[in-house]
Design a protein around this ligand. Structure first.
Ligand code: ZN
Length: 459
């Protein structure tokens, strides 16, 4: 979605192109995108000259002769094209102006979310799209901004995206701003200090100004001229850099979801007491993840044992009933899980296993979430961190790896059926977990070496 710098870049291209031109004709190919009666829209535009192209936040405004304003919100994929009469602009074209000099301005939108609104009067008049927007970061009154945040429990990232609080910032520049300010994106808005509000204003203004200089970021192209591209994407330090080294401290950047939006940040630089610091430790069966979790527990982390919590879930009648429904009544004996029966049944029927996991995992995830809120530093010991979505709670993911032979040997030493257990664990998503992991710890069976690796961690 184009943000302030991208829309400003569009404005700077459109202004010299449109200014002073008279609209001879208007074609609307998709009337749903125009938020006023079509007759009014067409008659108000035809024959009028474009006097100016303005912008506030992410909204454009064509100022027309006759005291009228045409607001244009590009939303996700809206794009303007310059051209000459008779030129086709393809199947996504929504609207087109024919100018008196033989040129055209065409608006296309593959996602069809863009909107047009025509209003009389001043561009900033009450009830206009401009008036509904909060100030841009450049014009932010820090005192007012701080007091608006005070009443909000939502994460600061979500508050920055709320265009009524501050306008022009979208997902890219929210991540960049919070990264520059070393603020964890999940920090409750009301916990942001006055000094941090000053820092948000300063950094957002600096980053947006720089992005305007660079012609915006071409994450998706929005340029009205062919062959023109923004260069800001090369300067982004957080956005789009999941698992790359933090340019400040070198630790891998983490990507999570905050209020439904992908969010990239540095868990080390942004670590403050206000948000629990959560480490997820995972790995295949008998890789040593519990040993690693316990070592972190010794260092002061509150430990959550997902296996134990999953087992305790059978204390709930709904879970027992669901297990019986999926695997038959032998699954539960004396209100307890019949473990040998269940592991055999899960090994034999992948569909049933999945159905039961889809039921159980959200319950364990909820318990893990509640646990993180009770402590400042947490280690979540979770065998299936990704499939259970518990990774969504983690600032750091540690994957503990060990050679399969070593894992099998340890199982044998414990007198367990190594062959069967290893087979059951064969579906462990190792490649995916490796890709997501912040750190991979190799466990060669030597406790001292493991301890050294833990001590070398920057947290
Ligand atoms: Zn960092």
């Amino acid at each position: 979605m184009p943000e302030l710098p991208e829309v400003e870049t569009v404005r700077r291209i459109l202004l010299p192109y449109c200014k002073g031109k008279r609209i001879e004709d208007v074609e609307v190919y998709r009337t749903k995108n125009v938020l006023c009666p079509m007759e009014v829209f067409l008659s108000a535009l035809k024959g009028k000259r474009i006097l100016d192209v303005m912008r506030k936040g992410k909204v454009l405004c064509f100022v027309l002769e006759g005291n009228r304003c045409l607001y244009s919100h590009l939303r996700m994929e809206g794009r303007y094209f310059e051209g000459r009469k008779g030129q086709s602009q393809g199947k996504y074209e929504i609207l087109r102006f024919d100018f008196d000099d033989g040129t055209i301005l065409s608006y296309s939108d593959s996602r069809k979310f863009g909107r047009f609104l025509l209003l009389e009067g001043d561009p900033h008049r009450e009830g206009s799209p401009f008036a509904e927007l909060g100030p841009e970061p450049f014009d932010l009154d820090v005192k007012e901004f701080h007091s608006r945040l005070k009443g909000k429990s939502i994460p600061i990232k979500e508050a920055l995206l709320d265009q009524s609080i501050v306008s022009g910032i979208g997902n890219i520049y929210a991540d960049e701003t919070l990264f520059a300010c070393k603020i964890h994106p999940k920090t409750p808005a009301k916990a942001i200090s006055f000094a941090e509000c000053e820092s948000i204003k300063a950094e957002a203004s600096r980053i947006l100004a720089e992005a305007i200089e660079e012609g915006g970021a071409t994450i998706r192209s929005y340029h009205p001229k062919e062959g023109m591209d923004g260069r800001m994407q090369n300067q982004l330090l957080a956005y789009g850099n999941e698992n790359k080294s933090c340019p400040v401290c070198g630790f891998p950047l983490r990507k999570i979801e905050v209020s439904g939006r992908g969010t990239t940040y540095c868990p080390i630089c942004a670590r403050k007491e206000r948000v629990p610091f959560v480490i997820g430790v995972t790995g295949p069966i008998h890789s040593g993840k519990s040993t690693v979790s316990k070592m972190l527990e010794e260092r002061g982390y509150a430990r959550f044992d997902a296996d134990a919590v999953a087992k305790s879930m059978y204390g709930r009648p709904a879970v027992r009933a669901y297990a019986k429904k999926v695997f038959g009544k032998e699954a539960i004996v004396d209100k307890k899980p019949n473990v040998p029966y269940l592991s055999k049944a899960m090994g034999e029927d992948k569909m049933k296993k999945k159905s039961f996991e889809d039921f159980l995992y959200p319950l364990v995830l909820e318990e893990a979430r509640k646990f993180t809120l009770k402590h400042k530093s947490v280690v979540l010991d979770v065998p299936l961190l990704l499939p259970s979505h518990i990774d969504s709670l983690c600032d750091v993911i540690i994957l503990v790896e060990a050679a399969p032979e070593a894992r099998a040997n340890r199982l044998l030493e414990e007198g367990r059926d190594a062959k069967k257990l290893m087979k059951l664990n064969a579906s462990y998503p190792l490649a995916m977990t490796k890709k997501k992991a912040s750190i991979v710890i190799v466990n060669d069976g030597d406790l001292e070496s493991l301890r050294k690796q833990i001590e070398g961690l920057p947290f």
